[in-house]
Ligand binder design. Sequence first.
Ligand SMILES: C[S@@+](CC[C@H](N)C(=O)[O-])C[C@H]1O[C@@H](n2cnc3c(N)ncnc32)[C@H](O)[C@@H]1O
Length: 238
Amino acid sequence: MADIKEIICNEKSFIREAEYYSNKYQIPINSTPLENCYIELSLENSLVFNEKRISNLFHKEPFLRRVKNYQREIMLKKAISYQAGKPKSILDTTAGLGRDGLIFALLGQGVTMVEENKGMCILIESALKRLPETSYFNDAKNRITVINDDSSKLKLNREDFDIIYLDPMFSTHNKSMSSKELTFLKTYIDQRQDLVNIFLKKRYKRLVVKREKNFKSDSIKKENIIYEGKSINFHVFI
Ligand SMILES: C[S@@+](CC[C@H](N)C(=O)[O-])C[C@H]1O[C@@H](n2cnc3c(N)ncnc32)[C@H](O)[C@@H]1O
């Protein structure tokens, strides 16, 4: 898997933010790129890899549609056994761009996002920082913690989280992702290991796995429930 080697920042107003990520993720700040993989910070946040770039802004299309309609995420809500006014704690073990995680937070859930790729972590944190200052977004932001780690190594007690959430593979049916983003991420992340069987051996109350509809399951346990969407299914293990 590729990962970023430097943070590029040329605008004074973003230097403090760049310094924060530089300290947290131990990555140098430069004014011009020396490497082929870096984060560039300005009003946008760009992840650049082999001269291709993507940006992650939660308040812009293609994701904005999901943000506006988060209450209509019927299958996702069923999968986490959503109850209005009764927030759950969710461990998002494959945070990615933080998009499913933000939907959970908008739905009022407490979300711990774990992502092993530093570039992706900065894309999440900087997207949260760039959200408009409204109570709607601020409340959601306050429910999110971002951790840079390999989630497969986490030791879990059953009571630690109400829901363990896994979205291991970039789906070709992801409506909140453009084909440009998908192509970029498939090369940048180059996912080989499927985490599901690792988590099925851990302790959990409810484990939810997002899968493409035509996915042939090779899980060591049979799911208790499958919630079927048009192109995505949620497999639930209890
Ligand atoms: C398909 S993406 C998740 C997309 C995410 N659900 C979203 O809505 O943006 C999978 C992500 O899991 C991350 N990942 C894979 N294995 C991991 C592990 N063992 N620990 C933490 N993150 C992992 C990858 O780096 C990738 O960013």
